[in-house]
Design a protein around this ligand. Structure first.
Ligand code: KG4
Ligand code: ZN
Length: 357
């Protein structure tokens, strides 16, 4: 019987050092044998954000141990690995370089192929780790560095339908959190604060809500949060601001998602319509609930990866590795770390002052 492929995935693009081992089953579907994530929250907490040099140093310190844990948990032997996949971008170059070099070294020492993985492709395909899902599908990728609607047509085949023209949603959550005095990373805590507040207390702007197709913008919202935060005195006011912010984000994402549904259907008529939401912000339960609701209203099947596969992890990197391994898409050892690596290379760069929508 043919041996089922075993792939090691390594992730180090930002502040999570992660290693995962996955194996395909008889039907070629991925089984997670181990998925170890070591977060650097304590390293960056006092600085209120990720400090690249400290992050890189922490990756160097931890990556060996994280790999050992992943091997032990998976119960395989390192020599059973068929290919080594690592995030090569986008991300912080000093951080990417650590995982990439580590992965290349293991691949060489095992004499196995090396596979460079786009971190965003990891988020895009992550629902395949626990759902039967077929191409094409509509993806809303919402993370700390990215906010995009994409038509996912296949491995390596993406058409961007919309993107943020300034901040990413996760960035807006983290900045709002910082302004109301929540420790980094504040995104998940905003969701908790929001439950205690009045969501209608502050009226916050929804930039480009009635124009720009399914493109997104959060900078104006952040500016308003900054203004309000300066006047806030009580905890209840903080909860109210968190609740109003959470509600505004939900409304923006819902409205833009309905536009993205229409865009997606233009090229996918008569097909099953599937809507995947992935990336760190997809772990926000209230956002999941709202997006699930409008999906059903618009006849889209909503799919959300489990929470631990929404935030950064190496199982999604190993998964892309497995798909590329099956397609024999291997990379050379001089493959560089890429700080910027868009999924749709034909999409226009839509950031900065003067963007016309
Ligand atoms: O995908 P991810 O782990 O890393 C990137 O690739 O960026 O996403 C991290 C982002 C952070 O901005 C974090 O605050 C946000 O996801 N996030 C959340 C929640 N959990 C994580 N934002 C809102 N609500 C949450 N529950
Ligand atoms: Zn990510």
């Amino acid at each position: 019987m043919k041996k089922k492929a075993i792939i090691l995935g390594i992730e180090s693009s930002c502040d999570e050092t992660a290693a995962s081992i996955i194996q395909e089953n008889d039907r070629g579907k991925p089984i997670i044998l181990s998925n170890i994530v070591s977060s650097q929250i304590d390293v960056h907490k006092e600085f209120g954000g990720v400090v690249p040099e400290l992050a890189a140093r922490s990756h160097v310190e931890k990556i060996d141990l994280v790999l050992k844990k992943a091997i032990k948990k998976s119960k395989i032997k390192i020599h059973d690995i068929d290919a080594v996949a690592a995030t090569a971008g986008p991300g912080l170059i000093v951080c990417l370089s650590v995982g990439l070099t580590f992965a290349k070294t293991i691949a060489v020492s095992l004499n196995k192929p090396f596979i460079a993985v786009n971190h965003l492709e990891g988020h895009a395909l992550s629902p395949k780790l626990n759902s039967e899902i077929h191409f094409p599908y509509l993806l809303l990728l919402i993370s700390g560095g990215h906010s995009q609607f994409l038509n996912v047509k296949g491995l390596g085949k993406y058409k961007r339908l919309g993107t943020t023209i300034d901040d990413a949603v996760g960035e807006a959550f983290d900045k709002t959190a910082k302004l109301i005095g929540i420790e980094f990373p504040g995104g998940p805590k905003i969701e908790e604060y929001a439950k205690l507040g009045d969501k209608n207390f502050y009226s916050l702007p929804k930039p480009i809500i009635n124009r720009g197709g399914c493109n997104l913008s959060f900078a104006g919202l952040k500016t308003e949060v900054l203004k309000i935060s300066k006047k806030i005195k009580t905890n209840q006011e903080k909860y109210n601001l968190a609740a109003s912010f959470q509600k505004t984000i939900e409304e923006i994402l819902c409205k833009k998602t309905v536009i993205a549904f229409k865009e997606f259907k233009k090229t996918n008529f008569n097909k099953n319509n599937v809507f995947v939401v992935s990336g760190g912000v997809a772990s926000n339960k209230a956002i999941r609930k709202k997006l699930a609701f409008i999906s059903k209203e618009e006849n889209f099947q909503p799919i959300f990866p489990p929470i631990n596969l929404c935030t950064d992890n190496a199982a999604m990197i190993a998964l892309v590795g497995l798909e590329k391994y099956k397609a024999k898409l291997f990379d050379k050892l001089d493959f560089p770390a890429k700080p910027r690596w868009p999924l749709d290379k034909n999409a226009a760069f839509l950031k900065g002052a003067g963007v016309k929508l």
